[in-house]
Design a protein around this ligand. Sequence first.
Ligand code: HEC
Length: 118
Amino acid sequence: MIKTTLTILLALLVLAATSSVVFAYGGGNYRKGKYLFRKHCRVCHAEEAKGPKPAKSLSPVSKTMDEWVKAFEPESVAKYPCKDVWDKLAAESKGALNDIFTYLHKHAKDSPTPLKCK
Ligand code: HEC
């Protein structure tokens, strides 16, 4: 009985540990993120709507740090019309989305260093 309980507990622990690794963003290269964001995202999310699917303007200061965390959750991204762009970027370069997240989060509206992307 104790053995079964322990096994279940261990399994839950392993599950919790691995799932947080999969979804946790942060600690990326924000300089690279800035470059990647300008290159791949600002095409559509610019001040003036342009690009294949013109979208609303996005800058690090568009959201709070918490809002950026939510915006990068897979359940959120699944609903974006630009999901294909995210998927393509993730397939091309491991860590690219994490770098972009790190840049946006680091300079969010309520961060110590808010920044508008020009
Ligand atoms: C082909 C054009 C296009 C590209 C490229 C693009 N997006 Fe989008 N994105 C859209 C459209 C259209 C929407 C729908 C909502 C809107 O108008 O902003 C959207 C929605 C979003 C949203 C949700 C809206 C919000 O304000 O929370 C986020 C976040 C987002 N995009 C981030 C990105 C990031 C990060 C990249 C680069 C990896 C990117 N997008 C690339 C067109 C694009």
